[in-house]
Every structure is written in structure tokens, then in C-alpha cells.
Design a protein around this ligand. Structure first.
Ligand SMILES: Cc1cc2nc3c(=O)[nH]c(=O)nc-3n(C[C@H](O)[C@H](O)[C@H](O)COP(=O)(O)OP(=O)(O)OC[C@H]3O[C@@H](n4cnc5c(N)ncnc54)[C@H](O)[C@@H]3O)c2cc1C
Length: 315
């Protein structure tokens, strides 16, 4: 990657989109872990057209970009991200419905979506209550809890392909699976149609409260985290394996395996991203030695080297 070229492109983005692009923007406050360095550029396009132009510029000049939601499932490197981090909260936050079909922009939060459904007596997504993040992040991760996942309710997704062209993807093309949506890789998700069902507002409100209570009982919500660090391995639970390997409470610097929920690595005391990464890798090794299972990461690493990525992928 030619750093002169990157510098020129960054200056150009700032010149052409002064209201939407910030240089040297700290990412830590934008993530639920509250760690990580700066992005060369933080772009918050005002419209989808502006988003398209920024993406085309990055693609043409070979400048890396990363679309971030609320950063609830990312670990940003202490050195930050060399390139452009794009947020969709200004250009993609629509929320409306026609009967039981609802359109939601990828930059809207899951909390807004759940609240909207409740207000308009639309059922079928109440189990998403308390999942932090945006609809774009939820689609990309096929986020879910308790009894379902967002992919169960998707009809169609609007997106940009990697060249910045608009595409519409029917649900089958997303290839939703457990915490994955392989068909959405390399796409920028703009929004989606969801099919819902009639619901009773008071019942939905009670159900939301109940899900939130169950989360607070089980999860260490008092500390910054990314939720579950590892995916559930087939036929088992990551938390059970981590606890069985004796890792509860294991600490590096300010990062610790939560004593309350072993699949949460929490930032309990001004952790660096490097501390969290180290805990993750050491837990993988200990679990592997103890049970022969290599836990797969659910959290996405941002700004880490290929070597760092490889180290956590396989034993
Ligand atoms: C306390 C806590 C509890 C949690 N509980 C749950 C839970 O119960 N169930 C669950 O599934 N998850 C849970 N999570 C994880 C997290 O909330 C979800 O993964 C969520 O969907 C992430 O959304 P986000 O907007 O923050 O995405 P980010 O973390 O910002 O991004 C995650 C991934 O999605 C991609 N992405 C985001 N937006 C777009 C877009 N518009 N287009 C293309 N790609 C995009 C990013 O590039 C990245 O690869 C929890 C997290 C926390 C902190």
C-alpha cells in the first residue's frame, strides 16, 4: 500500500466532504470496549449518494475502509485503523412500516427498531431487546438471542457491492447461519425489509422488560465488553469450556475473563486492546489444551495484522 497515495486520498476526502470526514478520529469512544487507536479518516456521510462517492474513491485509490455500526462487536487495535472508518448513522436511519412489513436503515439502532415495533404493536423481534448495536451490524452478524436471530425476519436487503453499486439481496442470498451471513461479506448494508406479525403493545413491553432483566442477571453489563467473545462450538457452550479450563477471572493488564460470564472478556480497568487480545488468545490455548476445542472468535478484529488474525484462527 502506497502511504503517499493514502495521504493524498485522505486529504482529498477531507477537502471534498468537509462536514462528513474527520481526520485522526479516536475510535475508542465509538466502541463498546472503549479501547483502540485512531482512524485516519472517520466518514459519516450525510446521504447514500455521498457514501457511494466515498466508497468509490476508496476503491479507486486502493484505500482500505471499514464500515462500523456501534462498535459493539469489534476490537480495535491500539494503533487504530489505517484507512477510512465509515458510519451510516446519518445516511441510513429510516424506520417505517406498511402493514406488517417494516423497513429499517442499517444505521438505525436495534434499540430504536425494538422500540418502534413496540409502539406500533408489531411482534416478532422482542427477543432482540438489549442487543447493542445497529441494524447493519445485526444483519452482518445475524445477531440474536434466546429464541431467534434477525435473519429469521429478513425479506430483502439493500446494499452496495464492493464497487459501490446498489444491489438488492433476497434473504436466501444473505446465507444467514449462526452468527454469520456469508452472502453479506464485502457488502455495505444500507437497510432491509423485515416481515413481522401483529403484536400486543403491553405484552411486547412486558416481554422486552423480561429479556432485559434476564440479560442483566447473566451478563457483566457493569464493564465495557463486546458481549460473547467466542461463538458457541457445535454441541457445547464456549462459557462452559472456558470455565472448565479454569480461565474464569484470568487477567492480563486491565482485561479479564468475567467471573460472572466466562464468554465475556471485560475491560475492567483501563485495558489496552493488546491486553484483551492477549486474554482471548491465551483462553483459546488453555481451552484447546483442556478439551481439544479451538474456540472461534465472534468478535471482529479491526486494524490487527494478518499475523495477529492468523494466530487466533487456528491452534
Ligand atoms: C453487552 C453486549 C451484549 C451483547 N449481546 C449480544 C447478543 O445477545 N446476541 C448477539 O448476537 N450479539 C450480542 N452482542 C454483540 C453485538 O451487539 C452484535 O454483534 C451487534 O449486532 C453488533 O452491531 P454493531 O452495529 O455494533 O456492529 P459493529 O460491532 O460495529 O460491527 C460488527 C460487524 O458488522 C459489520 N457491519 C456493521 N454495520 C455494517 C453495515 N452497515 N454494512 C456492512 N457491514 C457492517 C462490521 O464491519 C463488523 O464486521 C453483544 C454485545 C455487547 C457489548
Amino acid at each position: 500500500m502506497n502511504s503517499e497515495k493514502i495521504k493524498k486520498t485522505i486529504q482529498r476526502l477531507k477537502r471534498e466532504y468537509p462536514d462528513s470526514c474527520r481526520l485522526d478520529a479516536p475510535l475508542a469512544p465509538l466502541t463498546s470496549y472503549q479501547v483502540g487507536g485512531k482512524a485516519d479518516v472517520l466518514a459519516t456521510p450525510a446521504t447514500v449518494e455521498e457514501l457511494e462517492q466515498i466508497i468509490r474513491c476508496c476503491t479507486r485509490e486502493g484505500v482500505p475502509y471499514f464500515v462500523m455500526g456501534k462498535g459493539a462487536n469489534v476490537l480495535v487495535h491500539d494503533e487504530g485503523f489505517r484507512g477510512v472508518v465509515v458510519l451510516l448513522e446519518h445516511c441510513c436511519s429510516q424506520l417505517f412500516h406498511e402493514g406488517e412489513l417494516l423497513y429499517v436503515g442499517a444505521g438505525a439502532t436495534v434499540a430504536d427498531l425494538v422500540e418502534y415495533c413496540e409502539k406500533h404493536s408489531l411482534g416478532g423481534l422482542d427477543y432482540m431487546s438489549g442487543i447493542p448495536g445497529t441494524v447493519g451490524g445485526a444483519l452482518r452478524m445475524n445477531a440474536g438471542a434466546f429464541v431467534g436471530e434477525i435473519g429469521d425476519r429478513v425479506l430483502r436487503i439493500d446494499a452496495l457491492d464492493k464497487k459501490g453499486r446498489r444491489v438488492q439481496l433476497p434473504r436466501e442470498e444473505a446465507q444467514f447461519g449462526y452468527r454469520r451471513a456469508d452472502g453479506l461479506e464485502n457488502k455495505i448494508l444500507l437497510g432491509c425489509w423485515l416481515f413481522l406479525e401483529p403484536g400486543d403493545r403491553e405484552q411486547l413491553s412486558r416481554s422486552r422488560e423480561d429479556y432485559l432483566k434476564r440479560r442483566a442477571e447473566k451478563q457483566p453489563l457493569e464493564y465495557p465488553s463486546c458481549g460473547s467473545v467466542f461463538k458457541r462450538p457445535p454441541g457445547d457452550y464456549a462459557g462452559r469450556l472456558i470455565e472448565a479450563a479454569g480461565c474464569k477471572g484470568f487477567t492480563v493488564g486491565g482485561a479479564m475473563v468475567s467471573p460472572k460470564h466466562a464468554n465475556f472478556v471485560v475491560n475492567f480497568n483501563h485495558a489496552a486492546a493488546g491486553d484483551i487480545y492477549e486474554v482471548i488468545w491465551r483462553v483459546q490455548r488453555k481451552v484447546y489444551e483442556h478439551s481439544g476445542v479451538w474456540l472461534e472468535l465472534e468478535v471482529k478484529l479491526v486494524g490487527f495484522s494478518e499475523e495477529d488474525q492468523r494466530r487466533v484462527e487456528k491452534p
